[in-house]
Write a protein that binds this ligand. Structure first.
Ligand code: NAD
Length: 486
């Protein structure tokens, strides 16, 4: 019986292993220590990688049916413990119940859907004298490095395709949200062969050891753009495959034909879902000048109806900032706005004596385009609302960023929203909706928001090598094919 409240150990080569040292996990709504977490040593990472390499030898030869069954078994294990996962997720991450449910049940759904995916060999040529077939073969050992905003879902987005493609995997959760992932490892240990799936916990150094480790063949990373650059540089030494899912500064463009009252809740959640600690949160809201004042007022009114607090309380819509460094970082954006005299339409007052790392939802009224709050990714509940007049100009402003993760356009004129949406530089552009993801929908960033993608068959391919096998059936070797193109 898995105890979700105690005994947090790493899953390493089929065994539950404590750390030689430990570090603390905190509840962000109370700032209280809630658990001690194993701090993996370099030797323990070596053990996990060695076990993963051993397990890979047989896992790569397993059938598609066996791998699909494994993914479904993980889904069942999460579903059987869904209540415990949701409670622990709220406790360690801070997100209220609705968000925890979305993440945990979403993980179950993703695993089941992805279990049905496969990459059959492609027959390129099949004639009486020659056959050419391209196979998708697994890479080896995958190192998955995960952030703290969606600890389980973003781990599953890596675990499912890695295992489905025949790789073994070593998962490192964020040091700020390790607990649910440790329990996931414990449960998976009961349904997977030893070493196929390991969980190691530790700080950023553990991530660096993974990206440099010669026994790891691919890094699947989600996190900051700056960290992604370090990952890429470190992985270059052994030419690891990489998938990088990085930061964003997503624009939303609102056309003048929208009803401000109707759109306000949509725009609010576009920006503040998961307490704005969301790669795809709307981080710049461009509203046409004809309805700017009304939309801002509707947003202010809606904000007043949403309670910020401990996610464990039933009436709370937005939880705390997840960790102390992030809290300090978000506060710095408030101070920068104040120093520069930008107006807060609502919010702005932070109570440093609050029990948890709480920050009120804040709207900044039309700050300049070159302000930090517009140009950077605050990753907290402070949103710049900006005026626009000219379509060409707002498209330019929306694209004027090194990021290119997501974007959205809102309006009744479907020709106009599609025209604008098609010109936005982002991996996903939502029109009159937002944050719709699917297991068969490729998700990734343009520009400095990432390399490669997750989900869909394109995402699955990133866990494979292409291996083309050509067969000359003319064993008399009489036709001298060497060097010929066809
Ligand atoms: P982060 O980059 O600080 O940490 C992410 C993970 O990387 C953690 O597990 C951390 O321990 C590890 N790490 C840190 N330094 C490392 C290094 N040098 N080498 C290897 N690993 C290292 O990010 P975070 O604060 O946990 O997450 C927030 C960021 O993640 C935001 O920028 C957000 O936009 C981004 N994000 C992107 C997506 C996406 O799909 N594109 C999804 C969620 C979050």
């Amino acid at each position: 019986m898995t105890d979700f409240n105690a005994n947090y150990q790493m899953t390493l080569g089929g065994k539950l292993v404590p750390g030689d040292r430990t570090f603390a996990a905190y509840n962000p709504a109370t700032r209280e220590e809630i658990a001690r977490v194993p701090d993996a040593s370099r030797a323990q990472l070596d053990d996990a990688v060695a076990a993963a390499r051993r397990a890979f030898r047989s896992w790569r030869d397993s059938t598609q049916e066996v791998r699909a069954a494994a993914l479904n078994a993980i889904a069942d294990a999460i579903e059987d413990h869904a209540e415990a996962f949701m409670t622990l997720l709220t406790k360690e991450q801070g997100k209220p119940r609705a968000g925890a449910e979305w993440e945990i049940m979403g993980s179950v759904y993703w695993l089941r859907e992805m279990s049905a995916n496969s990459l059959p060999a492609e027959v390129v040529l099949d004639t009486p004298d020659r056959r050419v077939v391209t196979h998708y073969t697994p890479l080896g050992v995958v190192g998955a490095i995960v952030p703290w905003n969606f600890p389980i879902l973003l781990a599953v987005w890596k675990i499912a395709p890695a295992l489905a493609a025949g790789n073994s995997i070593v998962v490192k959760p964020s040091p700020f949200t390790p607990l649910c992932t440790l329990k996931l490892g414990e449960l998976c240990n009961e349904v997977l062969p030893a070493g196929v799936f390991s969980v190691v916990t530790g700080g950023d150094d553990l991530g660096k050891w993974m990206t440099a480790h010669p026994g790891i063949d691919k890094i699947a990373f989600t996190g900051h753009t700056e960290t992604g650059k370090h990952v890429m540089a470190s992985a270059a030494a052994t030419l690891k495959r990489i998938t990088l899912e990085l930061g964003g500064n997503d624009p939303a463009i609102v056309l003048p034909d929208i009803d401000p009252r109707k759109i306000a809740p949509q725009l609010f959640w576009a920006a503040f879902q998961n307490n704005a600690q969301f790669c795809n949160a709307t981080k710049r809201l461009y509203v046409h000048e004809d309805i700017y004042d009304e939309v801002l007022k509707a947003l202010v009114d809606f904000t007043r109806t949403q309670k910020v607090g401990n996610g464990a309380d039933a009436d709370v819509a937005l939880g705390p900032i997840q960790n102390a460094p992030q809290y300090e970082k978000v506060i710095d954006y408030f101070e920068d706005c104040r120093r520069n005299g930008y107006r807060f339409a609502i919010g702005g007052e932070i109570d440093p004596s609050a029990k948890g790392w709480f920050i009120p939802v804040t709207l900044v009224d039309n700050p300049p385009d070159d302000s930090r709050i517009v140009a950077e990714e605050p990753f907290g509940p402070i949103l710049p609302v900006l005026k626009w007049r000219d379509e060409e100009d707002v498209i330019r402003r929306a694209n004027d960023t090194p990021y290119g993760l997501g974007a959205s356009v809102w309006g009744q004129d479907l020709d106009a929203v599609e025209r604008i949406g098609s010109r936005l530089e982002a991996g996903t552009v939502w029109i009159n909706e937002i944050h719709q993801y699917a297991p068969d929908q490729a998700f990734g960033g343009h520009k400095q928001s990432g390399i490669g993608c997750e989900n869909s068959l394109h995402g699955l391919m990133e866990y494979t090598n292409w291996k083309t096998i050509t067969l000359n059936k003319d064993v008399g070797f009489g036709r001298g094919r060497v060097g010929k193109v066809a």
